[in-house]
Ligand binder design. Structure first.
Ligand code: RP5
Length: 158
């Protein structure tokens, strides 16, 4: 059960790496590729159309500015696509990235997370996979319990 992590530019990698770290921490196999909707459109089509055959179950796609990669990828596959809006060098204020990914037409959904929220994209991908995998589901329950404990522990340290 592989997750495909794609992004429009190498400059997106520092943010998208946070999704990769989540996948690693849950021992989920993944692949990472630079796929630009505008600069490598034919590669984007090939990537999206062959993803199912490579065993990909969920795609996480990050892009900034005129962020067409998540939506276009979603239009080319029936795999669930999670979109990560990135506040990139060509983004005015982040809203351009958010709205380009969020405002999809009916029929082609993209699950859009918050600006730069690649960590949540990773967690959402793990949650999607957990629906059919009890081990992943138990690991998510343990993750949440640990997270809760850590927040409560912070109170003791104030
Ligand atoms: C988008 O343009 C990429 O996803 C990136 O967020 C942004 C800037 O790309 P570079 O100019 O850094 O390559 O397509």
């Amino acid at each position: 059960m592989k997750v495909g992590v794609i992004m429009g530019s190498k400059s997106d990698l520092p943010i998208m790496q946070e999704a990769v770290e989540v996948l690693k921490s849950f021992s989920i196999p993944y692949e990472v590729q630079i796929v630009s909707a505008h600069r490598t459109p034919e590669w984007m089509v090939e990537y999206a159309k062959t993803a199912i055959d490579r065993g990909v179950k969920v795609i996480i796609a990050g892009a900034g500015g005129a962020a067409h990669l998540p939506g276009m990828t979603a239009s080319l596959t029936v795999l669930p696509v999670i979109g990560v809006p990135i506040k990139s060098s060509n983004s005015i204020d982040g809203w351009d990235s958010i709205l380009s990914i969020l405002q999809m037409p009916n029929g082609i959904p993209v699950a859009t997370v918050a600006l730069n929220a690649a960590k949540n994209a990773g967690l959402l991908a793990v949650q999607i996979l957990s629906v059919q995998d009890k081990t992943i589901q138990n690991n998510l329950i343990a993750f949440r319990e640990n997270q809760t404990k850590q927040v409560l522990q912070n109170n003791k340290n104030i």
